[in-house]
Design a protein around this ligand. Structure first.
Ligand code: F6R
Ligand code: ZN
Length: 188
Protein backbone atom coordinates (compact mmCIF):
# COMPACT_ATOMS: atom_id res chain seq x y z
CA UNK A 1 0.00 0.00 0.00
CA UNK A 2 1.21 3.49 -0.80
CA UNK A 3 1.27 6.26 1.77
CA UNK A 4 1.18 10.02 1.16
CA UNK A 5 4.35 11.99 1.69
CA UNK A 6 5.90 15.35 0.92
CA UNK A 7 8.80 15.47 -1.53
CA UNK A 8 11.19 18.41 -1.24
CA UNK A 9 12.31 19.73 -4.62
CA UNK A 10 15.37 21.96 -4.77
CA UNK A 11 14.56 24.49 -7.46
CA UNK A 12 18.24 25.25 -8.14
CA UNK A 13 19.65 21.72 -8.28
CA UNK A 14 16.53 19.72 -9.15
CA UNK A 15 17.28 17.35 -6.26
CA UNK A 16 14.26 15.41 -4.94
CA UNK A 17 14.06 14.18 -1.36
CA UNK A 18 13.11 11.39 -1.37
CA UNK A 19 13.59 10.18 -4.96
CA UNK A 20 13.26 6.71 -6.45
CA UNK A 21 15.82 6.77 -9.29
CA UNK A 22 17.87 9.02 -11.52
CA UNK A 23 20.04 8.94 -14.63
CA UNK A 24 22.37 11.27 -16.50
CA UNK A 25 22.84 11.80 -20.24
CA UNK A 26 26.27 12.87 -21.35
CA UNK A 27 26.80 14.84 -24.54
CA UNK A 28 28.56 11.84 -26.14
CA UNK A 29 25.38 9.78 -25.76
CA UNK A 30 23.46 12.30 -27.86
CA UNK A 31 25.24 11.59 -31.12
CA UNK A 32 23.01 12.28 -34.10
CA UNK A 33 20.58 14.75 -32.58
CA UNK A 34 22.62 17.89 -33.40
CA UNK A 35 22.70 19.37 -36.88
CA UNK A 36 26.43 20.06 -36.97
CA UNK A 37 28.21 16.69 -36.85
CA UNK A 38 31.64 18.32 -37.20
CA UNK A 39 31.00 20.63 -34.25
CA UNK A 40 29.82 17.63 -32.25
CA UNK A 41 32.99 15.65 -33.08
CA UNK A 42 35.15 18.64 -32.24
CA UNK A 43 33.35 19.15 -28.94
CA UNK A 44 34.00 15.53 -27.92
CA UNK A 45 37.58 15.58 -29.25
CA UNK A 46 38.34 18.57 -27.08
CA UNK A 47 37.42 16.50 -24.05
CA UNK A 48 34.02 18.05 -23.69
CA UNK A 49 31.84 15.22 -22.52
CA UNK A 50 29.94 16.85 -19.74
CA UNK A 51 26.57 15.86 -18.38
CA UNK A 52 24.00 17.39 -20.73
CA UNK A 53 21.08 16.61 -18.45
CA UNK A 54 20.01 14.65 -15.42
CA UNK A 55 16.57 13.23 -14.72
CA UNK A 56 15.45 12.47 -11.16
CA UNK A 57 12.25 10.46 -10.62
CA UNK A 58 9.64 9.95 -7.96
CA UNK A 59 7.95 6.94 -9.48
CA UNK A 60 5.85 4.24 -7.84
CA UNK A 61 4.72 1.39 -10.05
CA UNK A 62 1.43 1.09 -8.12
CA UNK A 63 0.50 4.75 -8.77
CA UNK A 64 -0.94 6.21 -11.96
CA UNK A 65 1.03 9.47 -11.53
CA UNK A 66 4.77 10.07 -11.44
CA UNK A 67 6.83 13.21 -11.26
CA UNK A 68 10.40 14.32 -11.17
CA UNK A 69 12.86 16.91 -12.37
CA UNK A 70 15.07 17.42 -15.38
CA UNK A 71 18.20 19.51 -14.89
CA UNK A 72 19.82 20.74 -18.09
CA UNK A 73 23.35 22.10 -18.35
CA UNK A 74 23.79 25.23 -20.50
CA UNK A 75 25.86 24.80 -23.64
CA UNK A 76 25.88 24.58 -27.42
CA UNK A 77 27.09 22.28 -30.17
CA UNK A 78 28.00 24.72 -32.92
CA UNK A 79 25.17 27.24 -32.76
CA UNK A 80 22.61 24.75 -31.45
CA UNK A 81 21.69 24.77 -27.78
CA UNK A 82 21.87 21.69 -25.56
CA UNK A 83 18.64 19.73 -25.73
CA UNK A 84 17.00 16.50 -24.63
CA UNK A 85 16.52 13.53 -26.97
CA UNK A 86 12.82 14.27 -27.43
CA UNK A 87 10.07 11.66 -27.55
CA UNK A 88 6.46 10.72 -28.07
CA UNK A 89 4.78 8.78 -25.30
CA UNK A 90 4.11 5.15 -26.13
CA UNK A 91 0.60 5.48 -24.72
CA UNK A 92 -0.71 8.14 -27.03
CA UNK A 93 -3.48 9.24 -24.67
CA UNK A 94 -0.90 10.42 -22.10
CA UNK A 95 0.05 14.08 -21.90
CA UNK A 96 2.46 15.74 -19.50
CA UNK A 97 3.21 18.96 -17.60
CA UNK A 98 6.58 20.74 -17.49
CA UNK A 99 6.82 23.38 -14.76
CA UNK A 100 9.98 25.46 -15.01
CA UNK A 101 11.63 26.44 -11.74
CA UNK A 102 14.96 27.91 -12.82
CA UNK A 103 16.52 29.06 -16.09
CA UNK A 104 15.31 29.73 -19.60
CA UNK A 105 14.33 27.25 -22.23
CA UNK A 106 12.24 26.47 -25.25
CA UNK A 107 9.95 23.48 -25.36
CA UNK A 108 9.60 22.23 -28.93
CA UNK A 109 6.42 20.32 -29.64
CA UNK A 110 5.21 18.43 -32.66
CA UNK A 111 2.00 16.53 -33.30
CA UNK A 112 1.88 13.31 -35.29
CA UNK A 113 0.02 15.23 -37.95
CA UNK A 114 2.96 17.61 -38.38
CA UNK A 115 1.77 20.67 -36.42
CA UNK A 116 4.61 22.45 -34.66
CA UNK A 117 4.44 24.60 -31.55
CA UNK A 118 6.84 25.94 -28.96
CA UNK A 119 6.37 27.08 -25.38
CA UNK A 120 8.74 29.41 -23.60
CA UNK A 121 10.18 27.82 -20.47
CA UNK A 122 10.80 30.28 -17.65
CA UNK A 123 10.26 30.25 -13.90
CA UNK A 124 6.59 30.05 -13.01
CA UNK A 125 5.41 28.82 -16.41
CA UNK A 126 3.77 25.43 -16.58
CA UNK A 127 3.83 24.01 -20.09
CA UNK A 128 0.90 21.80 -21.03
CA UNK A 129 1.92 18.97 -23.32
CA UNK A 130 -1.26 17.47 -24.80
CA UNK A 131 -1.49 13.76 -25.57
CA UNK A 132 0.03 12.88 -28.94
CA UNK A 133 2.63 15.65 -29.06
CA UNK A 134 6.35 14.88 -29.20
CA UNK A 135 8.35 17.11 -26.85
CA UNK A 136 11.97 18.18 -26.53
CA UNK A 137 13.33 20.78 -24.11
CA UNK A 138 16.16 23.11 -25.06
CA UNK A 139 18.25 25.14 -22.60
CA UNK A 140 18.69 28.57 -24.20
CA UNK A 141 19.98 30.32 -21.07
CA UNK A 142 23.37 30.76 -19.47
CA UNK A 143 22.39 28.86 -16.34
CA UNK A 144 20.94 25.48 -15.57
CA UNK A 145 17.39 24.86 -16.73
CA UNK A 146 15.45 23.06 -14.01
CA UNK A 147 11.89 21.90 -14.54
CA UNK A 148 9.45 19.62 -12.76
CA UNK A 149 7.52 17.18 -14.92
CA UNK A 150 4.35 15.27 -14.06
CA UNK A 151 3.29 12.33 -16.16
CA UNK A 152 1.37 9.05 -16.16
CA UNK A 153 3.63 6.37 -14.69
CA UNK A 154 3.25 3.98 -17.62
CA UNK A 155 3.15 6.59 -20.41
CA UNK A 156 6.36 5.09 -21.85
CA UNK A 157 8.97 6.82 -24.02
CA UNK A 158 9.07 6.32 -27.76
CA UNK A 159 12.44 7.76 -28.88
CA UNK A 160 12.82 5.95 -32.21
CA UNK A 161 10.85 8.24 -34.47
CA UNK A 162 12.47 11.48 -33.33
CA UNK A 163 15.92 9.90 -33.35
CA UNK A 164 15.45 8.68 -36.93
CA UNK A 165 13.83 11.67 -38.58
CA UNK A 166 14.56 14.53 -36.17
CA UNK A 167 12.09 17.24 -35.26
CA UNK A 168 10.88 19.82 -37.77
CA UNK A 169 12.41 22.72 -35.88
CA UNK A 170 15.69 23.49 -34.13
CA UNK A 171 16.71 26.17 -31.64
CA UNK A 172 19.92 27.99 -32.51
CA UNK A 173 21.74 31.13 -31.41
CA UNK A 174 21.52 34.06 -33.85
CA UNK A 175 22.90 37.48 -32.86
CA UNK A 176 23.25 36.17 -29.30
CA UNK A 177 19.54 35.36 -29.18
CA UNK A 178 17.75 32.04 -29.36
CA UNK A 179 15.86 31.55 -32.57
CA UNK A 180 13.63 28.74 -33.76
CA UNK A 181 14.54 27.74 -37.30
CA UNK A 182 13.44 24.96 -39.66
CA UNK A 183 15.47 21.76 -39.39
CA UNK A 184 17.12 21.43 -42.79
CA UNK A 185 18.01 17.82 -42.00
CA UNK A 186 14.45 16.84 -41.19
CA UNK A 187 13.87 13.54 -42.94
CA UNK A 188 10.32 12.18 -42.69
C1 F6R B 1 8.98 12.18 -19.29
C2 F6R B 1 9.58 13.42 -19.81
C3 F6R B 1 10.83 13.96 -19.15
C4 F6R B 1 11.99 13.63 -20.10
C5 F6R B 1 13.32 14.23 -19.70
C6 F6R B 1 14.47 13.85 -20.62
O1 F6R B 1 7.91 11.80 -20.08
O2 F6R B 1 9.15 13.99 -20.78
O3 F6R B 1 11.05 13.40 -17.91
O4 F6R B 1 12.10 12.23 -20.18
O5 F6R B 1 13.20 15.63 -19.69
O6 F6R B 1 14.10 14.00 -21.96
P1 F6R B 1 14.22 12.77 -22.97
O7 F6R B 1 13.53 11.62 -22.29
O8 F6R B 1 13.53 13.22 -24.21
O9 F6R B 1 15.67 12.51 -23.15
ZN1 ZN C 1 7.49 12.98 -21.87
Amino acid sequence: MLFPEGVAIDSLTGALLPSTSSYVKRVSELFGIYADAAAFAEYIAQGGDQVAYEVVDYRKAESDLSFGTTVMTPGKIGDEYFMTRGHFHVRQECGELYYTQTGLGVLLLESRGGDVRSVEMKPGVCAFIPPGWAHRSVNVGRDKLVFVWVCTTDAGHDYGEILERGMRQRVVERDRQPQIVPNLKYAP
